[in-house]
Design a protein around this ligand. Sequence first.
Ligand code: CP3
Length: 370
Amino acid sequence: MTVSPPPAPAPPTAPGSVLTARHPLVDGHTADAPLLAAYRGRRPAHRPVWFMRQAGRSLPEYREVRRGIGMLESCLMPDLAAEITLQPVRRHGVDAAILFSDIVVPLKLAGVDVQIVAGTGPVVASPIRTAADVAALPPLDPDALAPVAAEAAAVVAELGSTPLIGFAGAPFTLASYLVEGGPSKDHRRTKTLMHAAPDVWHALAAWVADVTGSFLRAQVLAGASAVQVFDSWAGGLSRPDYQRFVAGHSAAVFAAVADLDVPRVHFGVGTGELLTAMRDVGADVVGIDHRVPLDVASERLGGAVPIQGNIDPALLFAGRDALHAHTLDVIRRGASAPGHVLNLGHGVPPDTDPDVLTELVEFIHAQPSA
Ligand code: CP3
């Protein structure tokens, strides 16, 4: 019989915190970050801004280091992924880094055969559609998350006072990739599963919530100071279907990091009708896409919830004057919420001129704070 050695002693935790004393929120590095102040409903001296998909194809330095390396492969190479995470922070001076990874990474780490096909998105080799398919889904071995934690730790070691945002996909968006086998416009097979075989749907969504919640928690324990949960495709659901089939599973993901006391952002596309429902699953901040003006969004949220958004990505191509006018309008409308973090209404388009983003950050930082 082999006797396994005793586990290495855990680093000391700060009093009252599950986070270790080395976590940037505990050691003070990110404690005064404008991003976190705004996420907590305050108005910091300078207005925080970051961009969804800020790390990626719009940057020549990204295309250079990714050459010949597959997307998911690069997410699991901690030093390379950390470098990619830091590139937009260095170049644009944004107020946050977001971990370079993908929402399907924890599915891959659990053993699902998934690839990211350029120009298409995630493609799953054997779609999950029956009770037997769900029952055969493997549990995620926590040790498999080691490369993700290593990447986050490497990023945080370089970031100083700039916070790292961890992220995960929400159960609906991830399950829809698993059921459809790839991107889908109408999510027909997913909705069919929900309504025709609700037990199978709930078992699948619970499995996804567990896996994606572990992915999120690993990032915070390794140093992320905030998290964002992407339910990118939830806008395809009616509010009753969201409540009945999705909300409980999304709540489980938010609950997976509730004790860590980091701000939790919830974002979806086309989710104007779901904003309060998406807050109610446990979000501290709601991300708004470019379809709903921020004053309208804030009113829907009772004027009580910090918000993030929502510069229309198309305006990045409209010239400086139009972009500045639109950005000032976003800032003015965002002033009705208790806290506002500037962002795009969805991700940076790959063909964006990076200099436009750098200049936009400078413009936002130059605006007097309310
Ligand atoms: O900078 C960041 O925002 C952090 C990195 C990040 C990526 N994906 C990197 C990525 C984040 C937060 C994501 C989340 C993600 N992935 C979402 C939610 C956000 C959203 O856009 O609504 C979704 C739906 C996915 C699934 C996915 N992965 C899609 C639809 C695609 C695009 C496919 C394509 O080629 O058009 C990906 C690939 C992906 N994820 C890329 C990047 C930088 C591009 C791949 C490449 O560079 O080759």
